[in-house]
Ligand binder design. Sequence first.
Ligand SMILES: [Fe+2]
Ligand SMILES: [Fe+2]
Length: 261
Amino acid sequence: MNILIVGDIVGKSGVLKLQNCLKEIIPTEKIDFTIVNGENSANGKGIRLKEYEQILSYGADAITLGNHIYYRKEMASLYKTLDRLLLPANITNLEGNGCIVVEKNDIKYGVINIIGRACMGDIIEKNASNPFDKVDEEIEKLKKKNVDYIFVDFHAEATAEKIAMGYYLDGKVTGIFGTHTHVQTADEKILENGTAYITDVGMTGPINSIIGLKKEVGLNRFKTGKYFKYECSENESMFNAIIIKTDDNTKKAISIKRINL
Ligand SMILES: [Fe+2]
Ligand SMILES: [Fe+2]
């Protein structure tokens, strides 16, 4: 199987880039299953029903989220009702799907979303339980549903926490990938027990921006140490993703390839 995983979609420009790239990549790379991180798709902050439907209509099979889950207040009661949307499983004060199963062409794909606790800000650090314990619980849930594959989006800031999670899940899942930093890392690998790993998939969002934020706003924030209101950049986007190829018999990962368009 060929699994496409796309890094955080940022704003309108990112959504448009996703549409154009999926149209091309899904057929040419013979993609069987696509996971997209949509946590910044609604003008840089969270996701609305509109983006949820758009992203699925472009060919995504599952949409993961991250720390922006509190921003779109109207979504709080909807998260759990959307069967292709995941919320980090270890978030304790919002209801949503921490893991989902998508059956496609007789294959059962399990997807888990989990969030880190190191350097993630007060709200997340206060409202997220231990991601290592929680991911084990979610894996057990998926195993009981007889899934063929499990993929984990670990939405986290700290490189070391993500690497630790990679080793923790080696052999337990087919792929574990990091999201959130919006910068693609060059450390993709197949771990010792057949799990594909990358610290961060990167961002599908505006190239000339500070991780999606308008350059001027980001620069002012850092230079003055003061708060300037978030403004999502509308510049042309890049596309950051990975493709994991799996062995259909062993269900382990054979290769992991980075895409940066
Ligand atoms: Fe994030
Ligand atoms: Fe993000």
